[in-house]
Design a protein around this ligand. Sequence first.
Ligand code: AMP
Ligand code: MG
Length: 338
Amino acid sequence: MADPSIEAMSGPRLLPADDTAIAEAANALRQSQVVAFPTETVYGLGGGTLDPRALQMIYELKGRPSDNPLIAHVTGPEAAGEITTGWDDRCSLLAEAWWPGPLTLVLGRAAHVPDLASGGRPTLAVRSPEHPVARSLLDAYGGPISAPSANRSGAISPTQAQHVLDDFAGRPEADGLIVLGGDRCSVGIESTVLDMTVDPPRILRPGVLTAEVLRPLLGEVEMTALQQTSASPGTMERHYAPQTPCLLVDEEELQAHLSQADRRCVVITSSRRSVSPPHVLIEMPADPKGYAAELYAALRQADAERVDVVLVESAGEDDPNWIAIRDRLMRAASDRGS
Ligand code: AMP
Ligand code: MG
């Protein structure tokens, strides 16, 4: 948790997202600054897509490797067409069905868009967010906003304004960073990233919109295997990860861990109602939508408990609606250093 006295001295500034704050944030963007704002997936750290200085600052603030591309947020298909190449009828169908929403399309990058907007790639990822604060900010700024998740690189994505404040509190480089407040993010995990530059289109990062719901519109859709995501660099393993060692376990393994002496565990589960002390239970919703919405807050809470190990009970095997959650859990649980 952030120490409020440190927050007051330096670091980010939380503003309730009213018209005045949105205007102030849009103004900051026009001055090549970055701002944090809620989207329905996770909080974003945004800067102007056509503004190399702002893009550079995003990478610096996040500590993000400069070859890890950003997603450009736009008001809709027309704005997407201005910064990409290759928008076709299939994209229009997808946008009609799912925009605004948690679907990111990878297209060609238009010549006037800086290299840095997509980590030097010839492609550019675009998404139209649904969250009213994100939309108001896009309208007030009047241009596309590139925004990765508003956490330090490698850490857990923020789904509440407080998470952003916690991550950047006391960091001089985040002094004065505007954080627009909002409710908890309703989707709670990052968007589905769909590569439209290949045929058939390929899911590079799973999200709540699954191949099953995209196929009726596109015919074939390929799915990158969970462990092979180099085409989408930010999806490398050991990501979205708590500081505490984290294990993905079945019921039997869970029992074995809990009965070991000298060890305190957090158990993240949707099937148990209690664990005996000194262990700590974080109860999760049993449905994938509810689970996704609470996942990152649960991982952050698990870290704050300062236990020896976080045990996450496996859920949703063989169910496509759990693929994105399982993907994030596998990354949270993968070995340090990989
Ligand atoms: P984040 O902004 O943290 O949600 O991460 C954005 C992620 O979207 C990147 O880490 C990539 O996995 C993916 N992505 C963004 N742009 C591209 C692109 N041009 N090509 C492939 N994947 C991309
Ligand atoms: Mg991220």
